[in-house]
Design a protein around this ligand. Structure first.
Ligand code: NAD
Ligand code: TYD
Length: 347
């Protein structure tokens, strides 16, 4: 199989590239990525070494019509779309970038994949499109209506709807996966888990938004990759598949678990202002992918967390390289400790 993977220089996409090259020795992977801040400068060369002649890289925006030429010249069989702006806090500061990539960029990909001969198209989406749950609510199923609360979630929901509309209108071969919060090696240190680990390793405070009682449903990144692969190979066209390890944890509990593994004190925890429209709880029902495609997670939260913590301990230079950047300091400055003069809520 020859696949085009977009966003393959980012966190989950790069794991998927590795997974695919390893799992399918006959395959060819074309990685197309615009290399935004979220793509670590070392990832492209690392994947290049791994893939050798079975791997090709294009620095290109997913909104570029030239993507059509890439599909044609490599005779691509399927497209897996990971490329996106992904961080909720950034979407609050700059929603335009999210609309540009997540909606307009995805629409361009849908169109070029259809015109290239109705290529199988897996669109990688998120549980955040469903909105927020109350503590006693049942978990989201694929039938739950979309109710996004952040510009990030709204832009992902827009892309999902365009993908489903393309299936209905043009009978395009499209599948959507919606996954929970991923964690694992190579995640950019602005997301909660790598941020906690990196800050703790540097004995810096851990910013907890609001009361820290929000719930997230955590999955080890490799389990997500195997879920996407199952959907690519066995999924039914036009269907949505939720992917979850059913590991719902309070943010504060997750932070304490991680500090415990790192043997760092809980006194590093610092409550800061809350994220606007902060979703209270995410929880996904994965019964469909389990029953219909035979997928199940391999990693428990304890196993995945241990592996992740060890990786960040052993690969300090990887995250130090991107934490030094000016943009990161700017972003961090938006959340201030409670009671500080600069205010409590991000503006
Ligand atoms: P990431 O932010 O780590 O990486 C995104 C990648 O996309 C980067 O390499 C970036 O350079 C690239 N990119 C961004 N805009 C682009 C554009 N216009 N053209 C080409 N490339 C562009 O993201 P991630 O965490 O790996 O997430 C990958 C996908 O999985 C996203 O679609 C996201 O919505 C979805 N998802 C993520 C999570 C999670 O917990 N991280 C959970 C569920 C779903
Ligand atoms: P995040 O990793 O941004 O993922 P998402 O918002 O997409 O779920 O955040 C996970 C949770 O952790 C979310 O409830 C916000 C919270 N959070 C903090 O409390 N402090 C932080 O510094 C960050 C980045 C997130």
């Amino acid at each position: 199989m020859k696949v085009l993977i977009t966003g393959g220089a980012g966190f989950i996409g790069s794991h998927f590239v590795e997974f695919f090259l390893r799992e399918y020795p006959e395959s060819t992977v074309v990685n197309l990525d615009g290399l935004t801040y979220a793509a670590h400068p070392d990832t492209v060369s690392r994947l290049g070494h791994l893939g050798g002649s079975r791997y090709h890289f294009y620095k290109m925006d997913i909104g570029d019509p030239q993507v059509a030429q890439v599909l044609k010249s490599h005779q691509i069989d399927a497209v897996i779309n990971f490329a996106a702006e992904t961080h909720v806090d950034r979407s609050i500061l700059d929603p335009q970038a999210f609309v540009r990539t997540n909606i307009l960029g995805t629409q361009n990909l849908l169109q070029v994949a259809r015109k290239a001969g109705n290529l199988r198209f897996v669109h990688v989406s998120t549980d955040e499109v469903y909105g927020s749950l109350e503590p006693q609510d049942p978990t989201f199923t694929e039938q739950t209506s979309l109710s996004p609360n952040s510009p990030y979630a709204a832009s992902k929901a827009g892309a999902d709807l365009l993908a489903l509309a393309s299936h209905r209108t043009y009978q395009q071969d499209i599948l959507i996966t919606r996954c929970t919060n991923n964690y694992g090696p190579y995640q950019f240190p602005e997301k909660l888990l790598p941020l906690i680990i990196a800050n703790a390793l540097e004995d810096k405070s851990i910013p907890v938004y609001g009361d820290g009682k929000q719930v997230r449903d955590w999955i080890y990144v490799e389990d997500h990759c195997r879920g996407i692969d199952a959907v690519l190979r066995k999924g039914k066209s036009g269907e949505v598949y939720n992917i979850s390890s059913s590991a719902e944890v309070l943010n504060l509990e997750m932070i304490k678990k991680t500090l415990g593994l790192l043997k760092k004190p809980e006194s590093l925890i610092t409550f800061v202002g809350d994220r606007p429209a902060h979703d209270r709880r995410y929880g996904l029902n994965p019964e469909k992918i389990k029953k219909e495609l035979g997928w199940k997670p391999k990693y428990s939260l304890e196993q995945g967390l241990q592996l992740t913590v060890e990786w960040y301990q052993q690969n300090r230079s990887w995250w130090e390289k991107v934490r030094d950047k000016e943009y990161f300091k700017y972003y961090q400055a938006n959340y201030q400790p409670k009671g500080s003069k600069t205010g409590e809520v991000m503006s």
